[in-house]
Design a protein around this ligand. Structure first.
Ligand SMILES: C[S@@+](CC[C@H](N)C(=O)[O-])C[C@H]1O[C@@H](n2cnc3c(N)ncnc32)[C@H](O)[C@@H]1O
Length: 204
């Protein structure tokens, strides 16, 4: 099968699942900026319409914003980029930061670590609980896990028209660093509402 066919198959499957687009709340990115010293040039390789991108750019960072899907957003630089097929970093990139598609989150982490010395991903806390993922979790390069004390607002799938429910899932920022070798540090962070009226739901 040609690479072109493979990508269009992936796109078709994604389209059926509404692109697996669950946008990261900007509050989560602000909390990350407080917790981590992120470098000036970053790649968001599954950027969606640009929820993470906007906050990082406002912080003064240069961000390459790419995605497989065209979200027709002014905050997206490129579409048609299948991250898992990319073979090199855009020039100058020092870290990859994203909230990857849930379905192939592990593949995203493995591939990102092949390409880049620093990788930061928003993942379910349960990502930690796995034997299959032992190479990326126990390999010594998972430097920090920033767990949210307060539950993030629900990330509804793009186009969701049902009731807005509270988030049943705990998330954390996972930080891999090729320069780190040893135990993983667990830290607790909080997100704060950006707009009046948005309230965090306290975790049990
Ligand atoms: C959970 S959403 C997160 C979007 C964005 N990162 C954010 O945090 O708001 C996952 C994104 O991954 C994109 N995606 C899925 N498979 C991809 C692939 N192979 N390469 C690049 N992007 C992909 C989807 O189009 C979607 O925008």
């Amino acid at each position: 099968m040609s690479a072109g066919l493979a990508i269009s198959d992936t796109k078709a499957a994604l389209a059926e699942r509404k692109n697996d687009l669950y946008e990261t709340p900007p509050e989560a990115v602000q909390a990350l900026l407080k917790a981590e010293n992120l470098p000036p040039v970053i790649w968001e390789p599954a950027c969606g319409p640009g929820s993470i991108v906007r906050v990082l750019r406002v912080s003064g960072r240069q961000v390459y914003a790419t995605d497989l899907v065209d979200y027709e957003s002014p905050d997206q630089d490129e579409h048609g980029w299948d991250f898992l097929s990319e073979r090199q970093l855009p020039i100058g990139v020092q870290a990859i930061v994203t909230n990857p598609p849930f379905k192939n989150a592990s593949e995203f982490v493995v591939h990102a670590l092949d390409l880049c010395p620093r990788v930061v991903m928003l993942l379910r806390l349960a990502f930690l609980e796995s034997t299959r993922r032992a190479p990326i979790l126990d390999g010594g390069h998972l430097a920090r896990v920033h767990v949210f004390r307060n539950r993030l607002p629900m990330m509804h799938r793009d186009g969701w028209e049902g009731p807005k429910v509270s988030n049943p899932t705990a998330f954390a920022w996972f930080v891999w660093d090729r320069g780190h070798c040893g135990a993983t540090e667990l830290r607790r962070i909080s997100w704060e509402p950006i707009f009046a009226g948005i309230q965090g739901q306290a975790a049990e």
